[in-house]
Design a protein around this ligand. Structure first.
Ligand SMILES: *Cc1c(COP(=O)(O)O)cnc(C)c1O
Length: 404
């Protein structure tokens, strides 16, 4: 008889966004006259930039002509895109990452979920708390996390690194030594960043302990301050211990188009094996590549016009972020993030828990955010607002919160 992968049965319900949806729908049905403003979504709202649309149209036409039609893409992605990434995202920043160390994919969610496959089943993972849920859930599916403690909201075999106001929402080196360390800066959900010196400590720690860092750089384009690293490969020794994930979703609006890439330097070896070879084998066996059309669109992000246009889009989101940050501060709230990230992390007022504040904000201001507790126990008492909305809506939402 067929049995199921029982690890899936251990997964916690995808409670967060369905519960938000349920509460918002109930409220909207009861108050059809109220305009609800959503600052909870982690999805972009601006349309694709003209340079990207132009590249898409041209690539579509190529696919319709016998001379320029393309079938299966090369395993690692098209050379034109990997070379551009190597030059503009890495060499221009002084990082020696070669085109053949870059694997083009359909996004950072799939890569951050799939990457654990190339590691042994008994590896111990370390994650920030609060955290982007994909890192933990995919390790639950693989059977690496032990049992779930309902009361604490934690997995027995996961090393949690609390990110709290005390440590500026940046994790401290864990007391127990992990094998795999998931880091994401600028962070979702807290909007926190670490300096190059702090990231260097993590790289040194990983090299000293033989650990591997999986570095999610999905929000790299939002960095506005000087001493914040755009890539973990800016740190010395990172080629020996770090895998880096990138997405075109948040910097260029590809959430619906789908494109990302993963870097595995050839110097990264464990048990004498190049992790690059394992990921290449996985890519070749299980994946047939991001569409040619989309890879051409990705290339356009790096063109002179494309760069100008996507930079302007990020700036528009960051104008929302500053508005939220300044507005909430002026209204007396304790807030962080929002400077190098499109996320604002606010402390809930008057000792309310995350969900109490969610309901309060929805009823009083008709504004939707995301309860911090949904990202992990250390998110309790916090609330995430995003800068991805329209400017007018963002302004109105903050004016309403100020009047609460
Ligand atoms: C949005 C996001 C991603 C990107 O996902 P895509 O699959 O590329 O759209 C990756 N990591 C984090 C933390 C994110 O918030």
């Amino acid at each position: 008889m067929v049995t199921v992968n029982e690890n899936y049965l251990k997964l916690r319900g995808s409670y967060l966004f369905s519960e938000i949806g349920r509460r918002v729908n109930t409220f909207a049905a009861e108050h059809p006259d109220k305009k609800v403003i959503r600052l909870g979504i982690g999805d972009v709202t601006q349309p694709l930039a003209p340079a990207i649309i132009k590249a898409l149209h041209e690539a579509v036409d190529e696919m319709g002509a016998a001379e320029t039609f393309r079938g299966y893409a090369p395993d690692l992605g098209y050379e034109f895109l990997r070379k551009t990434i190597s030059e503009q995202d890495y060499k221009a920043r002084g990082c020696q990452i070669e085109a053949d160390e870059i694997f083009v994919s359909d996004g950072a969610k799939s890569d951050s979920g799939n990457i654990q496959e190339i590691f042994g089943a008994d590896n111990r993972i370390a994650v920030c708390d609060p955290v982007y849920p994909v890192y933990v859930d995919t390790n639950v599916m693989a059977g690496r996390t032990g049992s779930f403690d309902e009361e604490k909201g934690l997995w027995s075999d996961v090393i949690y690194m609390p990110c709290t106001a005390q440590n500026g929402f940046a994790p401290e080196l864990p007391a127990k030594t992990p094998d795999l360390i998931y880091l994401c800066f600028p962070n979702n959900p807290t909007g926190a960043v670490v300096t190059k010196a702090v990231l260097q400590e993590w790289v040194d720690y990983a090299n000293k302990n033989g650990a591997v860092i999986i570095y999610d750089a999905a929000y790299e384009a939002y960095i506005s301050e000087d001493n914040i690293p755009h890539s973990i490969y800016e740190c010395e020794g990172a080629r020996e211990c770090a895998i880096e994930l990138h997405s075109f979703s948040k910097n260029a609006g590809f959430t619906g188009l789908r494109l990302g890439y993963t870097v595995i330097p050839k110097d990264l070896k464990r048990q004498g094996v190049m992790l690059h070879s394992l990921w290449a084998r996985r890519h070749g066996t299980k994946y047939n590549g991001a569409p040619y059309i989309v890879q051409r669109a990705g290339e356009a992000v790096y063109s002179e016009e494309g760069k100008k246009q996507v930079t302007a889009q990020v700036a528009a989101y960051m104008k929302n972020a500053s508005y939220i940050l300044d507005g909430l501060k002026a209204a007396g709230y304790t807030v962080s993030g929002g400077v190098n990230a499109p996320y604002i992390w606010m402390k809930t007022p008057d000792g309310m828990d995350s969900w109490e504040f969610f309901d309060h904000l929805l009823k009083t201001a008709n504004v939707v955010g995301t309860p911090g507790a949904g990202f992990g126990p250390s998110g309790e008492g916090y609330f995430r607002l995003t800068a991805f909305g329209k400017y007018e809506d963002t302004v109105e939402a903050i004016e309403r919160i100020k009047r609460m």
